[in-house]
Write a protein that binds this ligand. Structure first.
Ligand code: HEM
Ligand code: CA
Ligand code: CA
Length: 283
């Protein structure tokens, strides 16, 4: 049973300690907040929010860090270590790593100009990892909308939740290898994805040349790359979703997600109340 006062006697300053370390890290890495919230997402989709994603390989553990959605992709583990050190200095042996990831996600959103909320706390850390689970449960950007919807449904999240949470792609970066099929040869057609805005397409082709390395980076939100705002949704309305899985929310004919994108794009309060209800249900 999670609650927002879990550490009010044992570590009353935990949120400001976490936020302070992230503020520090943002000075040299404007992307770090995005990387941290993604760690929370990739943790929670595999055996729940239990910090399983932080466990390294050893005799028995096959680390989730080496699963396909995470390897050469998730980042920020060093900052999580710095946060843990700072928290341990003030409150030794009290705060779980799973709660640190949840607090860091909220702090990252609020430091990027997004909403703040009171984080539910009291998660317990796992001693085992589930690499196979990470491979199957975390959605891929190449997967269709119906398959992604099923993966959200498997963890108790509905279509509204899917669209609201995808809005985290309002900040952070993605590597060319994760969307360049859309730029040159979409589904074997020899042509770009027809749902891609042509000006945006030209820009992305410069960032991701056809025989480039694939590890070059593009902003997930071309309009406000480091701010947590609702531009993600207006970008989709303008055919400027970066990942196939982003644009499909708006461009899949007949999909219920279209109206949801329109609502979140025009009404910030709708989005905020949705995000709060996800937090209250799942912490
Ligand atoms: C709906 C299904 C989703 C898919 C298919 C997806 C896929 C991806 C991919 C492919 C990247 C780029 C990774 C790389 O370049 O190495 C990415 C980045 C990111 N994702 Fe998602 N994602 C999804 C949902 C979410 C959710 C629910 C959140 C958080 C609530 C989230 C937060 C982020 C953030 C903040 C980044 C940028 C990370 C950085 O700059 O380090 N994503 N996502
Ligand atoms: Ca987990
Ligand atoms: Ca933005």
């Amino acid at each position: 049973q999670l609650n927002s006062t879990f550490y009010s006697n044992t570590c009353p300053n935990v949120s400001s300690i976490v936020s302070g370390v992230i503020q520090q890290a943002l000075q040299s890495d404007p992307r770090i907040g995005a990387s941290l919230i993604r760690l929370h997402f990739h943790d929670c989709f595999v055996n729940g929010c239990d910090a399983s994603i932080l466990l390294d390989n050893n005799g028995t553990i096959r680390s989730e860090k080496d699963a396909a959605p995470n390897t050469n992709s998730t980042r920020g583990f060093n900052v999580v270590d710095n946060i843990k050190t700072a928290v341990e200095n003030s409150c030794p042996g009290v705060v779980s790593c799973a709660d640190i990831l949840a607090i860091a996600a909220e702090a990252s959103v609020s430091l990027a100009g997004g909403p703040s909320w009171s984080v539910l706390l009291g998660r317990r850390d796992s001693r085992t990892a589930n690499q196979a689970g990470a491979n199957t449960s975390i959605p891929s950007p190449f997967e269709g909308l119906s398959s992604i919807t099923s993966k959200f449904s498997a963890v108790g999240l509905n279509t509204n939740d899917l669209v609201a949470l995808s809005g985290a792609h309002t900040f952070g970066r993605a590597q060319c290898r994760l969307f360049s099929n859309r730029l040159y040869n979409f589904n074997g057609t020899g042509n770009p994805d027809p749902t891609l805005n042509s000006t945006y397409l030209a820009t992305l082709r410069q960032t991701c040349p056809q025989n480039g390395s694939g590890t070059a980076l593009a902003n997930l939100d071309p309009t406000t790359p480091d701010s947590f705002d609702s531009n993600y949704f207006s970008n989709l309305q303008n055919n400027q979703g970066l990942l196939q899985s982003d644009q499909e929310l708006f461009s899949t004919t007949g999909s219920a997600t279209i109206a949801i994108v329109n609502t979140f794009s025009s009404n910030r309060n709708c989005l905020l109340s949705k995000l709060r209800s996800v937090n209250d249900k799942y912490g």
